[in-house]
Design a protein around this ligand. Structure first.
Ligand SMILES: [Zn+2]
Length: 60
């Protein structure tokens, strides 16, 4: 897991900076987009990894 800036969820820019390790809950980080000047949150456990789906949701 890295602290690298994430893409803005609004405009898709990677020109973002991390604001805080804790957003509205301990599960999210807050980032700030320098292009569209919007704050957005990133769910930590959703970082780069695929969501770990329960077995019964995987292929049938
Ligand atoms: Zn943006």
């Amino acid at each position: 897991m890295s602290d690298a800036p994430k893409r803005c969820t609004f405009c898709g820019s990677s020109h973002t900076e991390k604001q805080s390790d804790f957003g509205t809950s301990v599960m999210v980080r807050q980032y700030y987009c320098l292009d569209c000047k919007s704050a957005f949150e990133w769910i930590k456990w959703g970082d780069e990894a695929e969501l770990d789906l329960p077995d019964f949701l995987k292929d049938k």
